[in-house]
Design a protein around this ligand. Structure first.
Ligand SMILES: NC(=O)c1ccc[n+]([C@@H]2O[C@H](COP(=O)([O-])OP(=O)(O)OC[C@H]3O[C@@H](n4cnc5c(N)ncnc54)[C@H](O)[C@@H]3O)[C@@H](O)[C@H]2O)c1
Length: 259
């Protein structure tokens, strides 16, 4: 079988880790970085392109893995699809309209694409367990904890977890009223009756607790990503899988048959 040629969009913390993981994976070859804000011309002996069209015109690629920001990802995906390159997207904070557009575009072109707000298998299992528990409890809160450089809140994982939990139920969760919120925002952001709390601290990577409560009992699910390497097996699996897809798939749970 011929090697899968991979462009890495984003030369930040995740992008560099992805390049190393792709280089180490059998049958995958990193061929370039793509990053509009990067001033270096090469990173780890790979060429760096600043324009997506220029990159895909110059480099023969099968897949582009994107860990950048939500402003850039739609521009990247439009260019990738025009060049018959399959996007694997880990960037978070993407608007739902973009995902709808990507689903339509990939279906029309019959080309694979994959988007996941979390590539760590432990996080995907935590979301799956939270979804299972959701119909047995009327009260739930999510505490997500991330490093202090994270641009969006809540995390994509927290929002996806809440959406999955809500999809299992007829009614929203019960959000207990707080008569006096002395410090505004203390009760977190409310989403379908679930209070979501975002903690940002140096020293953290990515962590989440989902706490369910009922009379006389609670259930706490906790997941910790100790380093960015935790995402790499999921990214490599997605790069391999997207080659066999003919439309957009969202979520590692679907690739792993957990849905
Ligand atoms: N899905 C997951 O499992 C997962 C895991 C970790 C991080 N993430 C997400 O991945 C993204 C990147 O995280 P990171 O820690 O590598 O961040 P980072 O800040 O280290 O890197 C971001 C990269 O994107 C590039 N970039 C930013 N704006 C751009 C633009 N307008 N055009 C082109 N390039 C642009 C920057 O130059 C930088 O190289 C974030 O959205 C983060 O939430 C997702």
């Amino acid at each position: 079988m011929t090697d899968v040629r991979v462009v890495i969009s984003g030369s930040g913390k995740m992008g560099r880790q992805v390049a190393a993981a792709v280089a180490a994976a059998d049958g995958l070859v990193p061929c370039a970085f793509l990053d509009a804000l990067q001033t270096d011309h090469t990173i780890d002996d790979l060429p760096v392109y600043r324009s997506a069209d220029e990159c895909f015109d110059a480099v023969s690629a099968d897949v582009v893995v994107d860990f950048t920001n939500a402003g850039w990802t739609p521009v990247l995906c439009a260019s990738a699809l025009r060049h018959n390159v399959r996007p694997v997207v880990g960037t978070t904070g993407l608007p739902p309209e973009f995902l709808q557009q990507l689903a339509k575009e990939t279906e029309t072109r019959r080309i694979g694409a994959f988007v996941a707000s979390n590539f760590a298998i432990s996080a995907v299992l935590m979301m799956s367990f939270a979804r299972q528990a959701a119909r047995f409890f009327d009260n739930a809160e999510i505490i997500e904890l991330h490093h202090d450089q994270k641009v969006d809140a809540p995390s994509g994982t927290a929002k996806t977890t809440a959406e999955l939990m809500l999809a299992e139920r007829k009614n929203p969760f019960v959000y207990p009223p707080t008569e006096k919120e002395i410090v505004p925002g203390t009760r977190g952001g409310e989403f379908g009756g679930i209070a979501i709390h975002s903690v940002r601290l140096p020293g953290l990577v990515a962590h989440q607790e989902v706490i369910f409560g009922a009379v006389g009992q609670t259930l706490t699910l906790r997941q910790d990503s100790m380093g960015r390497d935790s995402y790499m097996p999921g990214v490599v699996a997605a790069v391999r899988a997207v080659m066999g897809l003919d439309r957009l798939v969202v979520g590692l749970d679907r690739l792993f048959g957990l849905e």
